[in-house]
Write a protein that binds this ligand. Structure first.
Ligand code: SF4
Length: 334
C-alpha cells in the first residue's frame, strides 16, 4: 500500500495563549524611544539614530527599526558613528567605559537601559566601587547585561554561569572583611538561579543577596508553569538571542511539557504541534504581531478554540508598571 503523507500533521483542537507574554515595559520603553528618535531625525533631515549593540533581542523588531532609518553598530565600533546621529545605548545595559568614550568622541547619546538593569549596575557600583565589597554575578557568559555589570567594577565582580562554576569559585582571602553580594542577571531561569545561589550561600554564608530577576521574567515563567500542565506542547515565539525566551522553553521542559522555540509561524512544522492542546507564549522582546501570525496559522488550519489562558493578577500587575521616560540628556550615570 502506498505511503500516505499528511503535510499538516495532527491538527490541534485547542490553542492556549499564555498571559503575561511578549514585550515587557522595559523593551517597549526602549523601542518607543528609538522610534521617536528615528522620526525626529527624518523630520529634521539628520542622519538616523545609531544603536550601540543589539537594541533588543528580536531580529524582526531590529529589521523593522532599521527600515525606519536606525543604524546598529557593535560596541567596539563607537568611533564609526557619524556626528549628528543620535547615539543610543541598548536595553540590557552598557559598561560605563562606553559612556566615557562616547563623551570623548563628542557623541550626543542616550542610555535606554531598563531600570531593572540600571538598578543592578548602581548597586554593584555602590557596593563594589564605593565600599570595596566583592560581587558574585550569576549571569550568562557574554550576555550584554553581564558585560554591563562587570564593567562597573572589573576588579571586584566575579561572574559565574552555573552551579559547577559556583562550587569552584575562588575569591580573594579578604572577602570576609570586605563583604560579598550575590546578584544575578534579570532574565535567568528562576529555579536554576535559586539552585546556584543556594550553592554559593553554603560556601559564603555571610553574603548579602540581591535578587536581580525582573518582574517580566518571573511573570512569563510563572505563566508557562501554569499552562504547561494543560498542554501537550509549548511554542515559544522568540528571537534567537533572547535569553529570557530560551528560559521560557526550559521552564516548560522542567514542567514535563516539550517546548519548541520559533521565530514566527514560518518555522512551524507538524511535529511541533501534533497534540490536542498547544500552548503559546513569547519572549519579553517579541512583538505581538509574531504571535498573531502563529494564531492565524492555526486559525487557517481550522482550529476554532483559540483563547487566552493566563494569570489575571500577574497581567494586572504588568499593566500597572510604568517606567520613567528615557533621559534625553543624561547626567553623570556612575
Ligand atoms: S526583560 Fe526585564 S530587565 Fe529586560 S527589559 Fe524587560 S523588564 Fe527590563
Amino acid at each position: 500500500m502506498a505511503e500516505i503523507i499528511r503535510p499538516w500533521g495532527i491538527i490541534p483542537e485547542t490553542i492556549l495563549l499564555a498571559n503575561p507574554r511578549g514585550q515587557c515595559a522595559g523593551v517597549i520603553r526602549t523601542v518607543e524611544f528609538i522610534e521617536g528618535e528615528a522620526i525626529k531625525a527624518r523630520e529634521e533631515g539628520k542622519p538616523g539614530p545609531t544603536v550601540v549593540g543589539q537594541p533588543i533581542h528580536n531580529e524582526y523588531e531590529i529589521a523593522r527599526l532599521k527600515a525606519l532609518g536606525v543604524r546598529v553598530v557593535e560596541p567596539e565600533d563607537l568611533a564609526s558613528i557619524p556626528q549628528g546621529s543620535r547615539t543610543i545605548f541598548r536595553a540590557h545595559g552598557t559598561p560605563p567605559y562606553q559612556f566615557k568614550l562616547a563623551d570623548e568622541l563628542g557623541l550626543d547619546w542616550a542610555n535606554t537601559a531598563c531600570p531593572y538593569v540600571m538598578t543592578r549596575q548602581r548597586i554593584v557600583w555602590q557596593r563594589a566601587s564605593q565600599n570595596g565589597s566583592y560581587v558574585i554575578d550569576i549571569s550568562k557568559r557574554g550576555h550584554p547585561e553581564q558585560l554591563a555589570v562587570y564593567g562597573v567594577a572589573p576588579d571586584r565582580v566575579y561572574p559565574v554561569e552555573d552551579i559547577d562554576q559556583a562550587r569552584n569559585l575562588q575569591l580573594p582571602n579578604d572577602h570576609t572583611e570586605r563583604g560579598i553580594i550575590i546578584t544575578n542577571q534579570t532574565t535567568l531561569s528562576t529555579t536554576e538561579t535559586e539552585a546556584t545561589r543556594s550553592a554559593l550561600c553554603k560556601i559564603f554564608p555571610h553574603a548579602v543577596i540581591v535578587d536581580g530577576i525582573c518582574h517580566a521574567t518571573d511573570d512569563r515563567q510563572e505563566a508557562v508553569r501554569f499552562l504547561a500542565k494543560k498542554a501537550g506542547k509549548f511554542l515559544v515565539v522568540t528571537g534567537t538571542r533572547s535569553h529570557n525566551g530560551k528560559m521560557l522553553g526550559k521552564t516548560s521542559w522542567q514542567e514535563g511539557t516539550p517546548a519548541q522555540l520559533i521565530a514566527g509561524w514560518q518555522d512551524l512544522s507538524p511535529e511541533m504541534y501534533g497534540t490536542q492542546v498547544v500552548a503559546v507564549t513569547s519572549a519579553a522582546s517579541t512583538p505581538e504581531v509574531l504571535v498573531e501570525g502563529v494564531v492565524n496559522f492555526f486559525w487557517q488550519m481550522g482550529v476554532q478554540d483559540i483563547r487566552e489562558d493566563g494569570l489575571a493578577e500577574l497581567v494586572e500587575r504588568e499593566r500597572r508598571i510604568r517606567f520613567a521616560p528615557v533621559e534625553k540628556n543624561p547626567r553623570k550615570i556612575f
